[in-house]
Write a protein of this length. Structure first.
Length: 209
């Protein structure tokens, strides 16, 4: 049955999130022992659809408690030793953000994958529950929202995550003049993320009064 899954299983794109899915299954939301994260990670790593373990670059799948998510096109975008990844790494260093607060992923789970993996990405969003998501390009962006018009556009997804789309790193390689816009979009996303964190702290302190 459709309701037995964390996402709409009908053959459409983008995937329709069901943020309340994991709330119905306590074993999945027991974050004190990491069960939900374990299920997500092993589901991705054991998937044979895109030959996850083949090739030189695989997703690290670390920092599943992070509240900031960056989504590239392939793992090549989020490995800092690659040409694409060096661009992203440079921006993160300029913004002075601790990598422990960032979850890096991509819409294709291996460099060799032909098709994007919408269902795993939707599960990552549901389980990790990031406060901010940055999509590096229209490919990742269209997997998360069907209302994307231009780079720098921001919105809030139905699961509550703030969302910003920016240029793909491939765009920057071919048109270096777009780097400044990419940086501005990332800075906007990080500022909004900081605001959300401050808001969370304020709500927590208020609840204790």
């Amino acid at each position: 049955m459709k309701d037995d899954f964390a996402f709409d299983m009908s053959d459409i794109s983008p995937i329709i999130f069901k943020p309340d899915y994991y709330n119905s299954y306590p074993s999945f939301v027991n974050r004190s022992n990491g069960i939900s994260h374990f299920h997500l990670k092993t589901s991705i790593m054991s998937c044979s659809t895109c030959s996850y373990h083949e090739g030189d670059y695989t997703l690290p799948l670390n920092n599943m408690h992070a509240s900031f998510m960056i989504v590239g096109e392939t793992p090549y975008d989020v490995h800092f030793e690659t040409e694409h990844g060096q661009i992203l790494s440079h921006i993160i260093r300029q913004l002075h953000v601790d990598l422990d607060h960032i979850y890096l992923t991509s819409i294709k789970k291996s460099v060799e994958a032909v098709d994007p993996c919408h269902k795993h990405l939707s599960s990552e969003v549901i389980v990790i529950q990031p406060k901010m998501i940055v999509a590096l390009g229209y490919g990742p962006a269209n997997s998360l929202s069907d209302q994307i018009d231009f780079p720098g556009q921001g919105k809030t997804l139905i699961n509550g995550s703030d969302f910003v789309v920016t240029h793909s790193l491939e765009d920057i390689i071919h048109e270096p003049s777009k780097y400044e816009e990419l940086f501005q979009h990332m800075q906007m996303a990080f500022n909004q993320w900081q605001f959300r964190l401050q808001q969370q702290r304020s709500d927590y302190n208020y609840s204790r009064v």
